[in-house]
Design a protein around this ligand. Structure first.
Ligand code: ATR
Length: 274
């Protein structure tokens, strides 16, 4: 039977097994998907276990995404651009590395809002400049004509992320949050703010147009204080759970040969667990 894994350190909080085991059962596939906790200094042992055929591949989460990037024989373009890998699989004797966070982010918006949602939007505001922000910014740049402004507590990190595509990315100071929010058609929180245990990300949406889209990549809680604020003003909101579900699709299809769907039923399964 084909075996896949999710690895991280720690990994016990991962919801990925719920997702993949749901799909395995739904499609009647004899396969498995398990958590494998590996200390950073032992990551290469796991790579050996893939190469030896014990696993067909797996998902990689914090803190191993860069080590996975360095271990792959072949990288997809998007993994190369992000210098981070979250999905590994063996193909024709070679270890492939991909980054599916970008497609997880865009597929979530496309499914929630309809795939033409971005047509009249020229400006996006991304708050945060950490690992997740890179994928979000790359996702937004995949929409033709979209300009991105990044605001981060540590402005230097935002500047370094902007080097990705200086023509289409600009950086603003935290003090410009209100102005940047007002002109953005879509606002994305990629910081830890709003997560359980963190203070909320406090943004004033009161001067935004009613078509403004507000989305968070945090999904615990599902409706963050920022999303609540936006909902109270009747703005369009998209929660972050869909990104987690959609980023899982390409891996499953590589390991098990079927492209699964992200359905309300799958969302319910994860929601029951959080
Ligand atoms: P991830 O991989 O989830 O993106 P990360 O790389 O640690 O995690 O990034 C966390 C992001 O949340 C960063 O943008 C961080 O801002 P800094 O670059 O200034 O550290 C942001 N963040 C975390 N705590 C924050 C806080 N209390 N106020 C503002 N931003 C915060």
């Amino acid at each position: 039977i084909r075996k896949a894994f999710v690895t991280g350190y720690p990994v016990k909080h991962s919801r990925s097994p719920l997702i993949h085991n749901h799909w395995l059962k739904l499609h009647g596939i004899e396969g498995s998907y398990e958590k494998v906790e590996i200390e950073p200094s032992h990551f290469s042992d796991l790579i050996k276990r893939i190469r030896n055929g014990e696993f067909i591949g797996g998902n990689v989460t914090i803190p191993h995404k860069e080590a996975a990037y360095l271990s792959a024989d072949v990288l997809t373009d998007r993994a190369r651009r992000l210098k981070a890998v979250n999905t590994l699989w063996m193909q024709d004797g070679k270890l492939w590395g991909d980054n599916t966070d970008i497609i997880g982010f865009t597929a979530n918006l496309d499914q929630a809002l309809g795939k033409d949602w971005h047509q009249d939007i020229t400006h996006a505001l991304v708050v945060g400049a950490g690992g997740a922000s890179r994928a979000v910014v790359a996702g937004l740049l995949s929409y033709e004509g979209m300009q991105v402004t990044i605001i981060n507590r540590t402005e230097e990190k935002a500047r370094s992320l902007a080097e990705f595509n200086p023509d289409r990315i600009s950086v603003a100071p935290w003090s410009d949050m209100a102005r940047e929010t007002e002109r953005a058609g879509v606002v994305v929180n990629t910081t830890s703010l709003g997560m359980v245990g963190y203070p909320p990300l406090d943004i004033d949406f009161s001067r935004c147009g009613s078509q403004t889209i507000v989305t968070d990549i945090v999904y615990i809680p599902l409706i963050t204080p920022m999303l609540k604020q936006a909902q109270a003003l009747s703005l369009r909101t998209v929660d972050g759970l869909g990104m987690l579900l959609h980023q899982a699709v390409p891996g499953f299809s590589k390991w098990f040969g079927i492209t699964p769907q992200v359905t309300p039923e799958l969302r319910e399964i994860i929601l029951r667990d959080i």
